[in-house]
Design a protein around this ligand. Sequence first.
Ligand code: C2E
Ligand code: CA
Ligand code: CA
Ligand code: CA
Length: 279
Amino acid sequence: AKKLGRNAFQFYAPAMNEAAQERMRIESALRNALEREEFVLHYQPQLDLKSGQIVGMEALLRWQHPELGTVAPSRFIALAEETGLIVPIGAWAMRTACAQNRAWQDAGLGPLRIAVNLSARQFGEADLVSAIAAVLADTGLAPSCLELELTESLFMNDINLAVSQLHAMKALGVQLSIDDFGTGYSSFSYLRRFPIDVLKIDRTFVNDIANDADDAAIVASIITLAHNLKLRVIAEGVETEAQLDYLRRHGCDEMQGYYFSRPLPPDQFEQMLRQGLRL
Ligand code: C2E
Ligand code: CA
Ligand code: CA
Ligand code: CA
C-alpha cells in the first residue's frame, strides 16, 4: 500500500487550496454569466438506426468565459446545482433550445425532436411545469417535439412530488427520457411508477460492447426491457462502427455519439441538416 508521510499534507494542502480558489472564482463568474450572455448551446444529433436519418438532437450547455475560454459542463454543472444557479440556467437552456428547434422547423429543416437536460434541482421548483408550458406557448413548438432528459438522482428526493410533476409534464404532451440509464439505483421500481417514453443507455455500457461480453449482455437486456415496456431506446456515446453494428443487430432504436458527430454549435448543426447527412 501507498504510505503517506508527513509531506503528504504539505503536498495536498496547496492543491486543495487552489481547487477551492478555482471553485470560488467559477461560482462568482457563474452568477454573472447569464446576464453577460456567456452561455451557448451545442447540439448533438440523434439518429434513427433504421432510416439512418437525424430525428432529433440533444442540447448541451457550453460556457464561453472571456478568460477561461470554453468551460465544459463537468466543470460547472455540479457547482451550479449546489448554488441553485442551475434553475435560471436550465430555464434559459430550455427556452433557447425550443426557440432554436422552432426556427429550424420554420426553415423547413425538420420536424425534429429537441432533448433538454433537466436537473433534479429544477424539480424542486413548484412552477416548473407552468414554465415549460409557457416556453411551448411562446415558441410555438409542438410539445411532442420536446423531450426532457431526467436522471435517476431525481427520484432520490421527494418521490411523490417527482411523480406528480412527471404526470403533469406528460399531460402537456412532452416526451420523458431517463438519461444515463443503468448507472443509478432502483431502476425497476420507477419504471413502473413513472410515465416514461425513452431510456438512454449510458455510454459506459456502450463503450465496451464490442469487447466485453458482460457489457454486451447488459446493453442487449436494456434494449429488450425497453421494448417490452413499449419504450424507445437510445444508445449514447457511440464511437465505433463495431458498436453501431452491435446496436443495430439488437434492435436499438436510435444512437448518438462521436461516430456520427460531436455536439456542434448551432450554425454547424444547421449546415449538417441542410446537407441532409445520414448514417
Ligand atoms: P449527458 O447528459 O450524459 O450528455 C452526454 C455527454 O456525453 C455530453 O458531454 C456529450 O458531449 C458526451 N458525448 C456524446 N457523444 C459522445 C461519445 O461518443 N463519446 C464520449 N466520450 N462522449 C460523448 P457534455 O456536453 O460535456 O455534458 C456533460 C454533462 O453535463 C451532460 O451529460 C449533462 O449531465 C450535463 N449537462 C450538459 N448540458 C446540460 C444542461 O443544459 N442542463 C443540465 N442540467 N445538465 C447539462
Ligand atoms: Ca443528457
Ligand atoms: Ca447521458
Ligand atoms: Ca465491463
